[in-house]
Design a protein around this ligand. Structure first.
Ligand code: ADP
Length: 334
């Protein structure tokens, strides 16, 4: 696992529960989403109704699970958490749906990875609070309709565009979660430091925030590594110097690039003059698989405006040269 990876590792899972904001007021950033969700939930509460189904789209680690728990808390409802890959058969979904309590929130992570039959069952459940349970096999099979109590489905996906339109259309409210601004991540770091009993100053928090790739999960993870360093090598207080020294040990640079990211950029700049160079050639040059370069390193480099994918191959931007402190050759500086 990479220190700057966005999916939750074991340690994240163990500590995240303690760091999760418990209500909308505590949830940092995502102003629009919070404002809209607040209205949706208040209105449902005022009507004494179950909240509309909510679709949350956005990259891993941006707070989708947290928001689903907040929705349940704000509605005073219990929550059940599962994921698309865990539901391979329609029967798995029927079992979950039929055991929900009235008003319960069902959080379905990676909803785009559900099996097709389960997905079709979900359409009817979302719309009519009803499922058809198939009993028996072959020509003798019969569909037994089963009434469900009204519930709120909170679906999460990395990209809403991955969902089939009939599923997407059944959500009353869709929220797109953006990467966080550095100032927002700074608040996340301060908040988490407080909960973890770590003393940190403003510059220390800013330093961690700047390396966190717009992602609260990564900010929390870097904070824990920096805390360890501060305890072992200093007096436990996290300052800018301590944060940069700690993250230098873990090879996470000032912009949040790790060793792999920098190796890709370095090869692109030093060996290929900034490109264009084909993905396979670039991958061989850094000694990695094509897929690793394309799926692990490049998305963030592209997002940061350091690398561009063009029809002729990978190209470094002027910002890439600047970031690695190198001077572009004349022809590439345009
Ligand atoms: P996702 O489900 O999108 O992968 P999570 O909801 O599990 O992300 O969030 C990952 C971690 O980041 C959690 O521990 C949570 O505490 C923290 N986090 C996410 N969003 C926020 C936020 N807006 N404010 C404070 N902490 C957040």
């Amino acid at each position: 696992e990479r220190l700057v990876g966005a999916s939750a590792d074991r340690e994240d899972q163990a500590v995240e529960a303690a760091l999760r904001p418990k209500d909308l007021g505590e949830f940092i950033g995502q102003e629009k989403v919070r404002e809209q969700l607040d209205l949706v939930l208040r209105a449902a509460r005022a009507r004494g109704a179950t909240a509309d189904h909510v679709l949350l789209s956005g990259a891993p680690g941006l707070g989708k699970t947290t928001l689903s728990m907040i929705i349940a808390a704000e509605m005073g409802a219990p929550i059940r958490i599962t994921s698309g890959p865990a539901i391979q058969h329609a029967g798995d979904l029927a079992a979950i749906l039929s055991s929900l309590q009235e008003g319960e929130v069902l959080f379905l992570d990676e909803i785009h990875r559900m099996s097709r039959p389960a997905e079709e069952m979900l359409y009817m459940a979302m719309e009519d609070f009803r499922v058809d349970v198939i009993v028996g096999k072959g020509p003798g099979a019969t569909a037994i309709p089963l009434e469900l109590p009204p519930f709120t489905l909170v679906g999460a996906t990395t990209r809403a565009g991955l969902l089939p339109p009939p599923l997407r259309d059944r959500f009353g409210f869709t929220a797109h979660m953006e990467f966080y601004e550095p100032a927002e991540l700074e608040r996340v770091v301060h908040r988490s430091a407080h909960l973890l009993d770590v003393e940190i100053d403003t510059d220390g928090a800013a330093e961690i925030a700047g390396r966190s790739r717009g992602t609260p999960r990564i900010a929390n993870r870097l904070l824990r590594r920096v805390r360890d360093y501060a305890q072992v090598k200093a007096d436990g207080i996290v300052t800018r110097d301590i944060a940069s020294a700690a993250l230098a040990v873990y090879e996470v640079d000032a912009r949040g690039l790790d060793r792999l990211d920098r190796a890709v950029l370095q090869a692109l700049l030093k060996l290929f003059g900034g490109g264009p160079v084909g993905l396979s050639t670039l991958a061989v040059a850094v000694g990695e698989e094509r897929e690793t370069v394309e799926e692990v390193a490049e998305p963030f480099l592209v997002r940061e405006g350091l690398l561009a994918r063009t029809p002729r191959g990978r190209v470094a931007t002027p910002a890439a040269w600047a970031h690695l402190g190198l001077t572009p050759p004349r022809s590439a500086s345009a």
